[in-house]
Design a protein around this ligand. Structure first.
Ligand SMILES: Nc1ncnc2c1ncn2[C@@H]1O[C@H](COP(=O)(O)OP(=O)(O)OP(=O)(O)O)[C@@H](O)[C@H]1O
Ligand code: NI
Length: 359
């Protein structure tokens, strides 16, 4: 049994402009200890999908259907008490805005100690010692002294480290990080990503990492989900996604990642914008922006299939799955793109061309 199983999850928002299907039938699993990336452009539904895991969707939104199972328990059926326990003890979340997650009137250390005491009956002294250990673990220098600092005395990067320390205080089985480094400067981001990578490696904690940056995913994740307009359009182990992307949207995303060692700052982006989720395009939602779209793409909605066989996706962790009619043999001309990957260190260059086989 996977640690987390999400099945056919649908989340809607009821707005003046109509019903927004922010998450539209996504299914995926997370294994204990693994790091799963969730990538996609702004508005893809990544944050909504993450908030739904802990039933944090608020009005005018609602989880309409689907199942979320954590260690086999249906999260959508937990009582308020059970849900509180799940949030405090088993699943922790870290969001972009660290400042907002810290209370300005208590010291950083007190807040972490409080989080420890909230789920375990320990003495004040033990809580304090553990909080200092956690501060040290997340890379705060001189943690015993910094324990007594107020949040405003911490830099943005240190605040985010403190928030991660707080999230780790309950030793969660799953840590959900939504753009944890956005808004921080580049060197600080790099340090935080290193911290997350260490956590991913050393602890048993599984991580769901939401980001719009495939470069970050490449650094940290074991597997990736690519989300587009509320749906998952590709899922693969990281190496495969990076070296052998199967969905044209992923190819577009990769083309817009400036790579380490690539002299040019590539500023290519995918033409067009994310569709309106009140009235998404028919057929494949990506077809209006897809360079390989054919008539059939506007008519048939592609399901997630195993790219090798075209068989319905079995959800297996090693399976490379994509939602494109190419893999069910429904495209006439097929896909035709080149993937260039340059590994910074040795200037090594891999090129691959995928072209439609004549059928
Ligand atoms: N409170 C809300 N009310 C109405 N619509 C909402 C609300 N929250 C999210 N949405 C809609 O849900 C969709 C998905 O939003 P979400 O924040 O999950 O995207 P995202 O992939 O996290 O994007 P970003 O990278 O910008 O964070 C968007 O179309 C958004 O407008
Ligand atoms: Ni978001």
């Amino acid at each position: 049994m996977a640690l987390l199983e999400v099945e056919d999850l649908v989340v809607q928002f009821y707005t003046e402009n109509g019903v927004v299907r922010a998450v539209d039938g996504i299914s995926y699993e997370i294994r204990a200890g693994e790091t799963l990336g969730l990538v996609g452009e702004s508005g893809a539904g990544k944050s909504v999908a993450s908030l739904a895991l802990l039933r944090l969707i608020e009005s005018p939104g609602e989880i309409v259907s689907g199942e979320i199972r954590f260690r086999g328990r249906n999260v959508l059926e937990l009582s308020a008490d059970e849900l509180r326990a799940l949030r405090g003890d088993e699943i922790a979340m870290v969001f972009q805005d660290a400042g907002a997650a810290l209370n300005p009137v208590y010291t950083v250390g007190e807040q972490i100690a409080e989080a420890i005491r909230a789920h375990e009956a320990v003495t004040d002294e033990t809580a304090r010692d553990r909080a200092i250990d956690l501060l040290e673990r997340v890379g705060i220098p001189d943690p015993a002294a910094r324990y007594s600092d107020y949040p405003h005395e911490f830099s943005g990067g240190m605040q985010q480290r403190a928030v991660i320390a707080m999230a780790l205080s309950c030793d969660p089985a799953l840590l959900v990080c939504d753009e944890p480094t956005t808004g921080l400067d580049v060197t600080v981001q790099a340090g935080l990503l290193e911290l997350l990578a260490d956590l991913a490696r050393e602890s048993e904690t599984a991580i769901q990492l939401v980001t719009h940056d495939l470069g970050v995913v490449a650094e940290l994740c074991d597997r990736v989900l690519v989300q587009y307009a509320g749906e998952i359009v590709e899922r693969a182990p990281i190496e495969e996604l990076y070296y052998d992307p199967k969905h044209p949207y992923t190819v577009g995303l990769l083309a817009s990642v400036p790579r380490v060692g690539d002299g040019r700052e590539r500023l290519t982006t995918i033409p067009g914008t994310t569709p309106d989720l009140v009235d998404p395009p028919t057929g494949c939602r990506f077809h209006p922006r897809c360079p390989y779209a054919e008539d059939v793409c506007a008519k048939h909605h592609p399901e997630l299939v195993e790219t090798e066989s075209g068989a319905p996706d079995d959800g297996d962790f090693e399976t490379h799955a994509a939602a494109c009619l190419e893999y069910t043999g429904d495209l006439e001309d097929g896909l035709d793109y080149e993937v260039q990957v340059r590994d910074g260190a040795n200037g090594d260059r891999h090129e691959r061309t995928t072209s439609g086989d004549p059928r």
